[in-house]
Design a protein around this ligand. Structure first.
Ligand code: GDP
Ligand code: MG
Length: 597
């Protein structure tokens, strides 16, 4: 295909503004999928994505479009994820295309992820076509959104297209605008092969599938290719394009986006952002390097039933094959037995993996408190990464600690601004900016990631009744007065409840945790002290009083059915309990105890 007849683009949007629905309409309008095969949100493949309405893996589809000028164009759409945890995937897929559709819900306006994603597109030098969606709804206000896009983002909205991805209104104009306003890719057919590895994932039948964007040269089936980062050589056994199902092609030329398979066994052997060339007569210089995605949040995953440890190992290994950004290593906890310490891109990523293990592999899990990665500077001048508060070295050897910080951007209606400022202040935030984006305030805070990973997003949603939008970016490490706080139940430290906290907030956190635990742990036949401690020093304490002899007789007298129900309930609760010394702690305590209300 001639370069002038190719357009490569992505769609950027805040979550729920209609990106997937628009993608579906474009697929339908170009006749890529027959109407009878059309199901909603074709590109959101995994069940969990459908259920939560989020797109996790970037997906791609090739559309043939016969334009009003009579020519047929190839349109390659890369659907990018819309959640902060996956910002890295957005940035890498952006480099593979030349333009973006900026979708804004015209009943809502610009949100935090609209900004974050469109800035990525601007960084990647994209031409941008604004698309104002949901004009079928009465609350739609296209001119207000156009004004916002110009004022807040600073791009020209005069060529914006008003659409309803639901009814199909305006979709033809979107396709025409892609052809007319987005640039054709550049590339040299006769130059040595230079392709970007955009994404890769594991397929049970085909092995690893590699999504590539050809920059220069031509890729054919049967050729031997080389990954430039490590020199590994593979024999290409399949090439093709997504429509959206896989379709073989004879070759992929400059400007094209497609896939290859080459009997690669693990996703880990394919580095996203790597340059692929031919083994012989390859190109000299690779594309400017990408950095691999680094896990930023760690937590322990343990089976509720310790007999399921091997099943858990199996599940984790399988999931890791398909997700290079998910890391794991074995962990033993005095309290929880054998499990894994796992690293994630963020909390959503954590939840997705945990849900998949519970659902697809049917293993009930105990998840320990999520922790960020601390840098520990030792007195001997070395630095260690701390992924687990339980591994905190003896303080006599430690010089100082550093923690990761983020830059958070929050958009919120004015009436909730005070609550948002208070929340950020409470979480040790430093205000960097406060301005207005139309009727809403836009605040920028420098916050410790530690204070955000756990329940910040939930708190933000609740104090603003769901009207705030939030996005963040990692900013690097800074020293602070951080200590490890232990929780002792019946005088035994429970390692899975250890957390790193700021010294000034330790008493507050400690008191909140022991109070919560007092409610969460059922009463036993004996008195149970619950304490929070730093080093050897107890900073907060509660005592759970002992149970009287026969609880059912005492509470419910002669009512036999109520008595039976109570016993059944206790039995069901038992399954999810873990034994710590003489005390049983319910599974939900590990997460609930850490929530700051
Ligand atoms: P995404 O998160 O950006 O991919 O958004 P989705 O495509 O999943 O859409 C979010 C919700 O908005 C879904 O319930 C869609 O059915 C709905 N939606 C999308 N486009 C339109 C539209 O043009 N009009 C209306 N009324 N609803 C829409
Ligand atoms: Mg979507």
């Amino acid at each position: 295909t001639e370069l002038s007849h190719i357009r490569n683009f992505s769609i950027v949007a805040h979550i729920d503004h209609g990106k997937s629905t628009l993608a579906d309409r474009l697929i339908q309008e170009t006749g890529t999928v027959q109407d009878r095969d059309m199901k909603e949100q074709l590109l959101d493949a995994m069940d969990i994505e459908r259920e939560r309405g989020i797109t996790i893996k970037a997906n791609t589809v090739r559309l043939d479009y016969k334009a009003d000028d009579g020519e047929t164009y190839i349109l390659n759409l890369i659907d990018t994820p819309g959640h902060v945890d996956f910002a890295y995937e957005v940035s890498r897929s952006m480099r593979a295309v030349e333009g973006s559709l900026l979708v804004v819900d015209s009943t809502q306006g610009v949100e935090a992820q609209t900004l974050a994603n469109v800035y990525q597109a601007i960084d990647a030098d994209h031409d941008i076509v604004p698309v104002f969606n949901k004009i079928d709804l009465p609350a739609s206000d296209v001119s207000r959104v156009a004004e916002q896009v110009e004022d807040v983002i600073g791009i020209d909205a005069s060529g914006a297209i008003a659409v309803s991805a639901k009814t199909g209104q305006g979709i033809h104009e979107v396709l025409e605008s892609i052809v007319a306003h987005l640039p054709a890719p550049k590339g040299e057919r006769d130059a040595p092969l230079k392709a970007m590895l955009v994404d890769s994932w594991y397929d049970a039948y085909l092995g690893v599938i590699v999504l590539v964007r050809i920059m220069d040269g031509v890729l054919k089936k049967g050729e031997r290719i080389k990954m430039m980062s490590n020199g590994s050589v593979h024999h290409v056994d399949r090439i093709g394009v997504f429509r959206p199902q896989m379709q073989p092609v004879d070759e992929l030329g400059p400007g094209e986006i497609g896939f290859l398979t080459a009997s690669i066994k693990q996703v880990r052997d394919t580095r996203v952002g790597d340059t692929i060339t031919h083994e012989k007569k390859g190109c000299e210089t690779p594309l400017p390097g990408f950095k691999p995605a680094q896990p930023v949040v760690f937590c322990g995953l343990f089976p509720v039933d310790s007999a399921e440890f091997e099943d858990l190992r199996d599940a984790i290994e399988k999931l890791a094959l398909n997700d290079a950004s998910f890391s794991y290593e074995m962990e033993t906890s005095a309290a929880l037995g054998f499990g894994f310490r796992c690293g994630f891109l963020g909390l959503l990523h954590l939840e997705v993996i945990r849900d998949r293990i519970e659902r697809e592999y049917n293993i009930e899990l105990i998840t320990t408190a999520p922790s960020v990665v601390y840098h520990i500077y030792m007195k001997d001048g070395t630095m260690q990464e701390l992924h687990n508060p339980a591994d905190m070295p003896d303080l006599t050897y430690v010089d100082h600690l550093e923690e990761p910080r983020i830059k958070a951007t929050i958009l919120v209606p004015d009436e909730y601004l005070g609550d948002v400022l208070k929340l950020c202040q409470d979480r040790r935030g430093l205000q960097e900016d406060l301005s207005y984006a139309g009727p809403r305030a836009m605040v920028v805070y420098d916050l410790p990631l530690n204070e955000v990973v756990f329940d910040f997003y939930d708190r933000l949603k609740s104090v603003t009744k769901g009207y705030a939008s939030f996005d963040y970016q990692m900013m690097g490490y800074r020293q602070d007065n951080l200590v490890k706080m232990q929780i002792l139940v019946n005088d035994e430290p429970v390692d899975a409840l250890s957390v790193m906290v700021h010294r000034d907030r330790a008493e507050l956190r400690g008191r909140a945790m022991v109070e919560k635990l007092k409610d969460l742990i059922p009463r036993h036949m004996f008195k149970i002290p619950i304490q929070a401690a730093i080093g050897g020093k107890v900073i907060a304490r509660e005592t759970l009083s002992a149970l009287r002899k026969d609880v059912t007789a005492k509470c419910y007298g002669g009512d036999a059915t109520r008595k039976r129900k109570l016993l059944e309930k206790q039995k069901a609760g038992k399954k999810k309990m873990r034994q710590f010394g003489k005390v049983e702690i319910p599974q939900e305590a590990f997460i609930s105890a850490l929530k700051m209300d």
